[in-house]
Design a protein around this ligand. Structure first.
Ligand SMILES: Cc1cc2nc3c(=O)[nH]c(=O)nc-3n(C[C@H](O)[C@H](O)[C@H](O)COP(=O)(O)OP(=O)(O)OC[C@H]3O[C@@H](n4cnc5c(N)ncnc54)[C@H](O)[C@@H]3O)c2cc1C
Length: 539
């Protein structure tokens, strides 16, 4: 059994998970040398904020990846880093009290319907939701539920759902669609559930795992019809996460978090979410024990008696502005933390023995095209102010020829990122609608589709003064039914590396930025302990 602690650590991937893992490792183990490999010439991965200079002299920020972070997300643990990285004064917030934070819509032909998600659902399904359910709001809610076709069958579905049992064959897992149908009725699952899932995971609710992605609702599902003889069951992996988070939050991090995010619903930074990855990159660049190697892909990983080796390939090889040169092939590391996707990581392992494993190919990613449009006229989404709207899976091809997932009213959502009046809107296309296409639409086609959709839905005839697009072919990992089995299997295989090979990133602990930071922090915290993989909580 190999026993040395972290002395030379390789991090694969320079997205938020890799950057954070690098930062935490260099800080936690100051005597270790840390090398971060990123295959492209840009750090940040999916986080990509474009600072745009407009012809009228104004500026704006267009987000091509995540655009806001939730202040109250279950895995939020970023407050100390915000201070350490000097980002406190760069924070921009949407307060809870801002009606823009709570107004969301669903497009159901042929208009936008407000979603009446109340605060109680927040604790169950962890979906961002409005705050108060006053008498006036309750009346408005009931009226809406009774008159809008999109909510047809919801109330009777809920009543029936309260008395339904979880079938035995779904004791291990079920699709989100299956669970929602059982508890809220088929029409609510198809019309409402699928729209919310488009907004969160760009996926098909009948394929995604309820146990992995909606743990609160999954636990409740196992308790219905109500039994009063026991506490709500909590999954062991979740209990372990909670107690770890509580330990962090007891200290100064918790105090700072409460102060920073008091009354905040969403937050970002003045120049966009990428300020976080940029500041992390600047910080690790100045750390003496860190080497950042860009334009170099890790192509395989192998073990020997004295450590674990990576093989590399130089990608486009333009000049590398970062001070370090790639370590020679064969350089031995004491530990590797891979933050790339699960299929890529498994493909790197020796002799490709895990490459063809059918379990890992089920974790596919869906593509997403982000089309960010900036219009010179303000409030073009009037009267539908708020967060934005989502499109359900039930729309026919004629009703959603663009294959849109949702539309975000960026200029309403986070203020203080533009210094000129105007409307910023972002259209998200693709997701599972495009997962079986042999040719994905081009960026020009995406722009045409976005403009056509905004014209039809919101009556926007004006030409945007600036449009930016990004097509991400492997945008969002799909945690399909049986996700826990896949991770359990991955854990078993990684254990063969005696703790030298560990994983973190958006394939494991959740797909949000907070989840990625949580995973990075946790894998580093345990690095000196033998035999770990980053996935033991699923074993
Ligand atoms: C359109 C979109 C909108 C989103 N919106 C939100 C949001 O509003 N809020 C939120 O919390 N989350 C959001 N997310 C999710 C979140 O952005 C991602 O889950 C998160 O950024 C993933 O970070 P990561 O570091 O794990 O992976 P990535 O960012 O994918 O980074 C992985 C890195 O590894 C590199 N790499 C891959 N293979 C190799 C190799 N062999 N060798 C070296 N390097 C390699 C890649 O080039 C990449 O830079 C969104 C995602 C998308 C796509």
């Amino acid at each position: 059994m190999w026993t040395s602690g972290p002395s030379r650590v390789a991090i694969i991937g320079g997205g938020i998970t890799g950057l954070a893992a690098c930062y935490y490792t260099a800080k936690r183990y100051p005597h270790a040398n840390v090398t971060l490999f990123e295959r492209s010439n840009r750090l940040g991965g999916l986080i990509d904020s474009r600072f745009v200079q407009l012809d009228n002299g104004g500026t704006t920020v267009c987000e091509m990846g995540p655009r806001t972070l939730r202040a109250n997300a279950p895995h939020t643990n970023l407050s100390l880093e915000i201070r350490e990285l000097g980002l406190e004064c760069e924070l921009v917030f949407t307060p809870n009290s801002d009606p823009m934070a709570s107004k969301r819509y669903i497009y159901y032909p042929d208009h936008l319907v407000p979603i009446p998600v109340a605060n109680l659902s927040k604790s169950i399904v962890n979906i961002p939701a409005p705050d108060r359910l006053t008498l006036h709001r309750t009346w408005a809610l009931l009226k809406l539920l009774g008159t809008e076709p999109v909510f047809q069958g919801l109330l009777s579905g809920i009543c029936r759902g309260l008395f339904a049992h979880r079938p035995e064959e779904h004791e291990e897992d079920d699709s989100i669609g299956g669970l929602l149908t059982r508890r809220f009725g088929k029409s609510a699952a198809d019309n409402l559930g699928s729209a919310v899932i488009h907004g969160l995971f760009a996926g098909d609710l009948y394929k995604l795992s309820a146990r992995a992605l909606m743990p609160g609702l999954w636990a409740l599902d196992g308790r219905l019809p109500f039994r009063f003889d026991a506490d709500m069951p909590i999954e062991p992996w979740r209990a372990s996460e909670n107690s770890w988070l509580q330990t962090i939050r007891k200290g100064p991090a918790g105090e700072l978090e409460r102060r920073l995010f008091l009354d905040a619903s969403l937050f970002s930074f003045a120049n966009g979410v990428a300020q976080l990855t940029e500041r992390l990159a600047e910080t690790i660049h100045c750390m003496k024990n860190v080497d950042v190697v860009k334009d170099v892909a890790v192509t395989s990983i192998s073990r020997t008696g004295n450590g674990i080796h990576t093989q590399h390939r130089r990608e486009n090889s333009p000049t590398d502005p970062v001070r370090a040169q790639p370590a020679a092939n064969g350089y031995p590391f004491s530990h590797i933390i891979s933050t790339t996707s699960l299929p890529i990581t498994m493909g790197l392992l020796e002799r490709g023995q895990f490459r063809a494993h059918p379990n890992f190919s089920t974790m596919n990613h869906v593509p997403v095209m982000t089309v960010a449009l900036y219009y010179a006229t303000a409030n073009l989404n009037h009267p539908h102010r708020g967060f934005g709207y989502l499109l359900p899976q039930t729309l026919s091809h004629d009703q959603n020829p663009e294959n849109a997932l949702g539309v975000i009213f960026d200029s309403d959502k986070i203020v203080n990122q533009d210094n000129t009046p105007g409307t910023r809107i972002c259209v998200m296309l693709g997701g599972h609608h495009w997962s079986s296409l042999s040719r994905l639409p081009t960026e020009e086609e995406g722009i045409c589709r976005a403009k056509a959709l905004l014209k039809r839905h919101l009556g926007i005839m004006e030409e945007p003064v600036r449009v930016i697009t990004r097509l991400e072919r492997e945008a969002i990992p799909q945690y399909q039914v049986g996700h826990f089995d896949v991770l359990r299997k991955a854990h078993e295989l990684l254990k063969e590396y005696d703790g030298r090979m560990r994983v973190a990133g958006n394939c494991y602990h959740g797909i949000g930025v907070h989840d990625c930071l949580f995973g990075a922090r946790r894998v580093v915290e345990d690095l000196h302990e033998e035999g770990r993989t980053g996935l033991e909580y699923y074993s």
